[in-house]
Unconditional design. Structure first.
Length: 582
């Protein structure tokens, strides 16, 4: 980079400091951590290696408490007042993590031996590339590999190429073409259709367009039709070709044109648009529910699950017309609405090997009962009951490992954490909704509360390509986190409102920890809200009931009238527990 590296001095942020209230770092980048880790030498002794990492909240406390037998300090850049006051880290509020030269200079000056980058923006911008080039071991993907999160279009193309199950959309006209051509066939018992990328099975008894099952195996495949019920006949009855043709021609004056469309059209996993009119026409053709996504980084708010066409039109206008997400929303993805239960699946990756973490389940919607707009996350718990050992094996074999191998084959090995957002349907088959290339927030908090292994050693092993030598130990307890957010979030919200009784809230139970996100100090040394999502009130317990009870007991102590939170975090786990008991 052209700009010179500033002189950075590591000074612990004291209670009452005003530095964070005046930080010029953008809100979406205010979660970076720098910390040292320990490395075990051949004789079994531990010695500190300076490490720089860029992600706060759950990670700082975990590295600080599990980094080996020698307690070494944790640097957090830029950090926040909660991290500084807790003693988990030394915050460096003046270190601009968007400036690669500044970060490299800091690492060299302080003997940093490992960098862990959390926020997605500096990853996509290439901070990891610059650090690795400077000889600093870095946990976090290159800018090329970070496109898994940076561009949904890139992710979809990778899934398509390497047969990773994800949301699909079959164009309506293509579907109609198949049905109409079936109706026009003279010999329905021997009807064959060659379709690139799609396998379409139309079972006997099909009425018009109903009942088609879509799969997406690799390469060109064939679909065989052995009987189609004509309108007005009993289910299962097969009409002759002439009758079917006559009926089809009653609605299409030139019905034979559909035969040509079958060879001309091919099924699509999704559609990408930059023109709002085209996108809206596609919605009209497809109908709702349907999903509209901003292609780029949108701070977790770029996905709209539209239950009606009007909601989809509004999302298209927000992204393509109003430009609410700037360049991130200049291109949109429209894809299939998946029904089922969502879960978060994490794996550490060293370029070739993937090590799964425990599962978690997030709550994206802002309101109780999963209503309202999507957020970056209003709460989570771990483990997720729906992610059984059998399902974990399926996810690793069909999603995570093909992704790791595919990225390597594309010439951009992935080193870091893969966070797969999954949808598990009634069939139990997991599908990939999206990838993040960082620890999720708030999922990170519950995972770190349960992790008993030396996190710093594990991350260093990933950077050295040695994850195959590592195993992880987890607490059998369940953890849950409830996010406190500023009133108005995820829309406009007020900053500077005072938050009290945080120490008292943590004293409710030794199993309670409050992670700070959007907090700052005012001129009187009080904690104040400085963001949308402000606090993550986290607790462990022997089961979901106990963990929830502790977290909500702590929330009752927090004095922040301008804050709000969901009251039903963990409801899916409660439902699974109730069903298992009966």
């Amino acid at each position: 980079m052209a700009c010179a590296s500033p002189s950075i001095k590591a000074v612990p942020l004291k209670f009452g400091s005003k530095a964070f209230g005046k930080s010029s770092v953008p809100d979406h980048l205010k979660s970076a951590v720098c910390f040292p880790v320990s490395q075990t030498s051949a004789d079994g002794l531990c010695y500190p290696i300076r490490v720089s990492a860029l992600k706060g909240r759950g990670l700082t406390a975990t590295v600080s408490s599990t980094n080996g037998r020698v307690k070494v300090p944790v640097f957090c850049a830029p950090g926040n007042p909660g991290i500084a006051q807790s003693g988990d880290a030394t915050c460096i509020p003046d270190l601009d993590i968007t400036n690669s030269n500044a970060v490299i200079s800091f690492c060299h000056n302080w003997g940093v031996g490992l960098v862990v980058i959390g926020p997605e923006a500096p990853l996509v911008a290439g901070l990891a590339n610059d650090l690795v080039k400077a000889g600093i071991p870095t946990f976090g993907p290159s800018s090329e590999a970070a496109e898994l999160e940076g561009s949904k279009d890139f992710m979809k193309k990778l899934c398509d190429k390497y047969n990773i199950p994800t949301a699909k959309v079959l164009p309506l006209l293509f579907f109609e073409a198949i049905v109409q051509s079936l109706c026009l066939a003279d010999n329905l018992d021997q009807f064959h259709i060659s379709i690139s990328r799609w396998h379409v099975e139309v079972p006997a008894g099909l009425e018009e367009r109903a009942g088609a099952e879509l799969l997406a195996p690799p390469g060109a495949v064939r679909a065989e039709q052995r009987g189609v019920a004509r309108r007005g006949r009993r289910p299962g009855a097969v009409g002759d070709g002439a009758a079917a043709r006559a009926e089809a021609e009653g609605t299409h004056s030139d019905s034979r044109r559909w035969r040509g469309r079958i060879n001309a059209e091919s099924g699509e996993a999704y559609r990408t648009f930059t023109n709002p009119a085209d996108a809206k026409q596609y919605i009209k053709d497809q109908g709702a529910p349907i999903v509209v996504k901003a292609d780029g980084l949108a701070a977790g708010k770029g996905v709209v699950v539209a239950m009606t066409s009007d909601e989809a039109f509004e999302a298209i206008d927000t992204m393509l017309v109003e430009g609410s997400f700037d360049s991130a929303g200049s291109r949109i993805i429209i894809e299939e609405f998946l029904e089922g239960e969502e879960a978060s699946f994490f794996a550490l990756v060293d370029g070739e090997t993937a090590l799964p973490l425990e599962s978690a389940q997030d709550h994206k919607r802002v309101g109780d009962g999963d209503v309202g707009p999507n957020t970056s996350g209003m709460g989570a718990y771990s483990p997720a009951p729906i992610v059984t050992e059998e399902l974990k094996k399926k996810v690793m074999e069909s999603i995570i490992l093909p992704t790791v191998k595919g990225m390597a084959a594309e010439g951009c090995k992935f080193v870091g954490v893969l966070y797969a957002g999954l949808m598990i349907g009634k069939s139990g088959v997991p599908k990939l909704i999206e990838y993040n290339v960082r620890f999720g927030d708030p999922e990170c908090q519950v995972l770190m509360m349960r992790l008993e292994s030396d996190l710093a050693q594990v991350l260093l092993a990933a950077c050295q390509g040695e994850l195959g030598k590592v195993s992880l130990t987890w607490s059998p307890e369940l953890a849950t986190v409830v996010v406190m957010a500023s009133e108005g979030y995820p829309g406009a919200y007020k900053k500077g409102t005072v938050i009290k009784n945080l120490d008292e809230a943590e004293q409710v139970s030794p199993a309670v920890k409050i992670f700070h996100a959007g907090t700052a100090f005012d001129t009187y040394g009080n904690f104040v809200a400085a963001g949308g999502r402000v606090l993550g009130v986290t607790a462990k317990g022997k089961d979901i009931e106990e963990a929830r009870a502790k977290a909500y007991d702590a929330l009752d102590v927090v004095d922040w009238p301008e804050g709000f939170y969901r009251h039903d975090i963990g409801w899916r786990a409660l439902r699974h527990r109730h069903m298992a008991a009966h």
